[in-house]
Structure formats: C-alpha cells, structure tokens
Design a protein around this ligand. Structure first.
Ligand code: ZN
Length: 712
C-alpha cells in the first residue's frame, strides 16, 4: 500500500492499527472486507433443496420434491431459471479468479467455495448423460407466472406439481453459462468433475446453439448463445490449454461488445477472458474507457440499476488489474453510491446493501425474508421479519437517485442471484485495490461466520503432484516453518529497535524495526501470550513514501508462535518496521526476525496466478518445495516475458522487480506472472528477475526456461 508523501511523513513515526483503516483509506471509506463478507450471504438466503449449507438461522429445506433438487431461487421468488443461474455462478467464479487475494486476506474464500460448489453440483446433477455426452439438461424449475402467485416462505410452498423444463436440441445459451461456471470453478478449486461437465456442457452448447424460450421467454430470454459460448470457451482454454477452445473463444467474439456484462449479454466478460489469453486488453478498454468516467451515478437501466452499475465496476476493476488502464477510483466512487456514502443527484443517500449499515434498505421484494405467508401480506406494509444480509437491492429507477425502500417495488427493490454476482466481485476487487476494514464476527440471523483460513483445493486427478505436506493455511504471508538455512541472519530483540507504541485506536501495539541488510525477504516471529485465535499487523518501510503491507487474521498456531513472511521490496528504505496490531501490548512478545539473504530461499508468495505457497525450507533447490497444489493451470505464453511484449529482455526483469516492490502500482498481468516464474521455484521473486538478466547476458538461453523442475 502506498500513501502520499505528505500523509506518510506525518504518520511514519507511528504505527497503524487494523482497527483504524483511516491510514489505508480515508475516514469515510467503505469497509470493503465487510462488504465482501456480507455480499455472499445473499446466496445463503436463496439456496434451494436440502439446505444444510445455508448460514442463516431462518432458512430450511425447500422444494425437496423437485426432479433435481438444489440450485438457487432466482430472486424474491422461488423459480430456478438456468440463464441467470449459470451467469451468476460464472460471474462469482470470475470475481474469485481475479481477486483471490481479497478472499485470502479476509478469509471469505471458504464461503465463496460453498456457494459456487453448490451451483456447480446442481449443474452436474442437472445433466442427463450418454457417456460423456449430455443428451438433455434441466434448465428451469417452476413456471414463472405460477410461482409468482405464491407469496410465502419457500419451506412451506407445495412444489409437488411444479414443472421441470428440460432442454434437448436447444439451450446453447444456458449450457454455455453452465460450462463457463464449471470451468471457472475448476480453475479456482480444482475439482476434476467440474472440468468434465464443463466440457460436456460446452459440447452441448456447440451442437445446440438455439436459445431456450419455452417457459422463460417472458423472464430471461437470451438474445443469442454466441457470447455465452465465447465466454465458456475462454475459460475452458485456460483450464485445458486445448487450442480448439482458444480458437472458439477468439472466433466467437462479438467485435463490438458495447454493453455491460449481465445475465443476457456476456460480451465484455468474453472479451476479458480473450484478453487473458492474448494479453491484448484494447477492446475491453475501448468500451470501458467510454463508460467508466465521471463521478455521476452510472445509470444503465432502471430495473435493478445498481446491479448493472456493480457489474460495470467488476469489469472495470478486472481491466485495471490486468492492463495499463486504471478505473479503480471510478469504481470506488460508484460503490460509494451503493453503500450510501455518496449522495445521488437528488441529494439523497441510500445504502442499498441490506444489513450493511443501520440505515440500509430493509424491505426488499423477497418472500422468504419478509416472514409473511399470504398474498394479502405481500404489500400490506407488514414489517420485514428477517434481515436479508448482503442483498443488493435494485436501486434507483432514474439517474437522479429516486428510490423507495418498500417491498412492493419489484423494479427498484427486488433482489436476485444475478444482482449480487457482479457486486460480490466488485467488492472483492475494491478490497484488492484499497484494502481497509475488517469482517464482522457476528451478524444478525447468521449462524456460520467464515474467516481465517481458506478452502483447500480439492485433490484432482489431473494434478498428480499432491504432496503429503500437512494442510497449510492459505493466509497470505503466513509461514508454518522455521527457515534457518545458509544466508539467513537472525535478529534477536537486542539486535533491533523493539518496543510498544500507541496505535491510532489508542491501543498499545508492538513493533520491531530493523535494517534489511540486502535481504530478499524477512520472517517475523512473535509469541501470543493470550487466548486470541487471530492476529494482525503490518510491515512498512519509508523510502520517500510510506509503503505498508498489512497481514490480517493470521491464525495463531497451537504453539502460539506466529511466523509471518515479508517480501522485502526492491526499493526498500533504510529500515523495515514490523508491527503487530492485535493482540495488544503484553499479549505479544516479539521473539526474532530472520532475514533471508539467499535468493533461492523459498518465500511466501501471494501472487494471483500461482496458488498461495507457504515457506518450506529445502536443503537443495532441486527439490520442489511443498506447496499447495496449483489451482490454476499454467497461463504462460513465453517463459520470461513478464511484461508480455513477446520478447525476453532486461525490461522483463525490471517489470518483475517493480511488481515485487510495489504491486499496487506495477502489477504484472496474469500471463505476465505466469511467464515470470522461471527460476524453478514456485512464486515470482527477485530471483526470477536475476534469471532473466542471466538470459539477457547469454548465460542461459530462453529455451532453457523455466530452470529445473519449473511448473507443470
Ligand atoms: Zn427452494
């Protein structure tokens, strides 16, 4: 995190507490960690079938007589429509794929995985197969109009006669969305069944390109299946590296993707995944550059306007991450409208995220949350009984901000699985850029709080190198080991400036300040003297500006010795300050800092494209370090080409060093990160830059990259 010089100069002497995000964000800034946390619970509210996974006290099993149980209720009703269902699952997966760092840092990855696994499990069970070929699949449950005549809890709805709609010979739009969702879930979590069904649904979509109309045309009819097929093919290419999918993704692109990513039209999503493949974001940016500017509320359509707004934020944040364009402050401004931190043109503010603030919307058009059970109560003003945590309400019906929080307004105040999908991704993207805030440890009506460690990738048949290492926490920068190898310097408290100081929240924080001595990375060890389960802090350095990297919600291990890694930036200042914000004062004893001078020392990495790895000391660099299994396949295009200019030069080494030194400012693209990892040790480190310099000097040839065991 980089602060402006003036601000940093004023605060460099102090320490910074997790409880006061005012140093990383301005005082009025949104708590993005909490926003991401809350946004996911809407899916718990809309789970259908045997709902043991729901984290809400007021939801139970429903519609268990359905021919295929499960999936999610579409909106405030209880029908299941395949097109928004597939779109939502895929878009949720996309947000995780791009902003896994936000999920890791806030501990919300496990919740996201429960949701996308639930979607994908339903999609797999919805297919009738002949070998690996889908002959038909369930694309809708319930007739929309009949379903809408019922007003009451889903648990009490008699669904014994509700209609099941099967697609055979058509439905390429929905099959395409299911394929995209399954391919993304495979990329994110590695379940081989998801990939098998992604291929099968894609094959179905390619053979049956006509869109589904029966039963759904009044509600969700796609204009074409071409965009969904391009979108699915792109993710399938990244999952398989099979050229046929790449060719399909590129040839099916709409040349003019001039519309926001949404349930019907995923052209921008398809263009974005194509850009991941080619490295060329110009088409995406030609659209976003026109749309994402100014400070007015971006109003696209009146039915669920906040949904389109949030979808555009997601696209903008993805392009900002992967290209030279930067729409991050635009997206931040837009989210301020949605969270009630910025007044609309009419002077009113509305927090459209249920439960997020005391004055947030409370009366979305949603049967289950209303707690009412008769048609007469639908709009009679009976207060809403349950808080529909995290639901994004439809939003203003015009540009000026006209909005009323009443249950009867299904244009401005409905909620839906597709409304929240882009919103979840935007919340993660904003956290990824701006950080700030913390998750809540208790929420009204919520029985499952996610936090701390993240989901382990499932074992897969396609990645045979599963190690026998014990499960390792995927918190960024956490290490579970004690590297003590050649090139390490151990600094005891006597070797450093160690003490306590008051943080911005008035609490006593611990710190240790030390000179980096040319080391590539450092590990801070400290003991927890209390019963606290989690700990947070930061590393910072002053080099003309204050650069701080926070670590949050690190789990305290059984032996109460916490070890946290820090990749020392290439442009580090004279000293590094390690700070522990929580627990406070006497509850923490700083034990030592180990400086790793040896570039071959495996260090924790938190890169986007490789799985989070944890430090494991190895006595020889030829043995692969134990890591969690790669969740994403290899994205590399040209080994060493970190800046994706199709050449390997010193500029690539510079790009790597810059990205390590200041990853907010100089971020490598997904492909660039993959290309950069050439030294045979998982993760992009200064050693990769060194290897590229050696290629430039003729010591190695490019064809020898990656060195040693490399990536598989
Ligand atoms: Zn249900």
């Amino acid at each position: 995190m980089v602060f402006s010089g003036v601000m940093a100069a004023a605060s460099v002497a102090g320490s910074f507490t997790a409880a006061t995000p005012s140093l990383s964000t301005s005082a009025a800034d949104t708590n993005y960690a909490k926003l991401l946390q809350y946004s996911l619970y809407f899916y718990d509210a809309n789970m259908c079938g045997e709902n043991s996974a729901t984290g809400l006290s007021w939801r139970g099993d429903c519609h268990t007589q359905d021919e295929v149980k499960g999936g999610f209720h579409d909106a405030g009703d209880h029908a299941m429509f395949g097109l928004p269902q597939g779109y939502s699952a895929a878009t949720l997966g996309w947000g995780y794929y791009e902003f896994k760092d936000a999920y890791d840092a806030t501990g919300q990855g496990a919740h996201l995985k429960v949701i996308t696994d639930d979607f994908c499990d339903f999609f797999r069970r919805s297919a009738k197969m002949n070998g690996n070929t889908i002959t038909s699949f369930l694309y809708q449950k319930g007739d929309g109009n009949m379903d809408h005549n019922y007003w009451g809890p889903p648990e009490q709805q008699d669904a014994s006669s509700r209609r099941m709609f099967w697609a055979s010979g058509f439905g390429g739009d929905i099959a395409g969305e299911y394929a995209a969702a399954l391919a993304l879930n495979y990329l994110n979590f590695g379940n081989p069944d998801d990939l098998t069904y992604a291929k099968a649904y894609y094959d179905f979509a390619s053979r049956n390109t006509a869109v589904a109309t029966e039963g759904c045309s009044e509600f969700y009819k796609s204009s074409s299946s071409q965009d969904e097929r391009a979108w699915a093919a792109g993710w399938l290419y990244l999952a398989t590296k099979d050229e046929k999918y790449k060719n399909d993704c590129l040839s099916l692109q709409n040349p003019y993707p001039g519309w926001v990513h949404e349930w019907n039209t995923v052209d921008i999503g398809a263009a974005s995944v194509a850009a991941h493949i080619t490295g060329d974001w110009s088409k995406v940016n030609s659209y976003l550059g026109k749309e994402c500017n100014g400070t007015n509320y971006k109003f696209i359509l009146k039915w669920g306007s906040a949904r389109y707004n949030a979808n555009l934020q997601l696209c903008a944040l993805v392009a900002s991450k992967n290209s030279s364009a930067d729409y991050t402050s635009w997206a931040k401004t837009q989210m301020e409208y949605i969270t009630g931190d910025r007044a609309f043109a009419n002077g009113q503010t509305h927090c459209l995220v249920v439960g997020f603030k005391p004055n947030a919307s409370k009366n979305p058009h949603h049967r289950a949350a209303s707690g009412t059970n008769s048609a007469a109560q639908e709009n009679d003003g009976t207060p809403t009984k349950y808080s529909l945590i995290g639901a994004l309400c439809g939003g203003p019906v015009d540009e000026s901000g006209t909005y009323t929080d009443v249950r009867s307004d299904y244009v401005g105040n409905e909620v839906a699985v597709d409304y929240n999908a882009g919103f979840v991704g935007a919340a993660a993207g904003l956290y990824s850029v701006f950080k700030g805030g913390s998750i809540d440890t208790s929420i009204e009506g919520v029985t499952k709080i996610y936090g701390g460690s993240n989901p382990q990738p499932q074992e897969t048949t396609t990645q045979p190198q599963q190690t026998t290492a014990p499960p390792q926490t995927q918190q960024p920068q956490q290490t579970t080991t004690t590297p003590q190898q050649g090139g390490d310097i151990v600094l005891t408290p006597a070797d450093m400036s160690v003490g306590t100081e008051k943080g911005d929240d008035g609490e006593t924080n611990n710190f240790a300040e030390f000179a980096p001595q040319g080391a590539k990375s450092a590990t801070l060890y400290y003991k927890i003297n209390s019963n606290d389960m989690n700990t947070s802090g930061a590393f910072g350095t002053w080099n003309g500006e204050w650069m701080q990297e926070d670590f949050t919600n690190i789990k305290v291990p059984a032996d109460k010795i916490v070890a946290v890694d820090y990749v020392i930036p290439a442009n580090v200042g004279q000293t590094v300050k390690a700070m522990v914000f929580w627990p406070h004062g006497d509850a923490v004893t700083i034990e030592k800092v180990v400086l790793h001078k040896d570039a071959s020392t495996p260090t924790t990495t938190t890169t986007k494209d490789t799985p989070t790895t944890t430090t494991v000391p190895t006595t020889t660099t030829t043995a692969p370090p134990a890591t969690t299994q790669p969740q994403n396949p290899d994205l590399h295009t040209l080994w060493g080409d970190a800046n994706c200019d199709q050449r390997v030069t010193v500029a690539d080494a510079v790009a790597i060093l810059q990205s390590i030194g200041n990853k907010d400012k100089y971020r490598l693209s997904a492909t660039g990160m993959a290309n950069a990892d050439v030294d045979g040790i998982e993760g992009v480190t200064p050693n990769d830059a060194l290897v590229i310099q050696q290629v430039d000097a003729g010591i190695y040839s490019q064809s020898q990259l990656p060195l040693m065991w490399g990536k598989s």
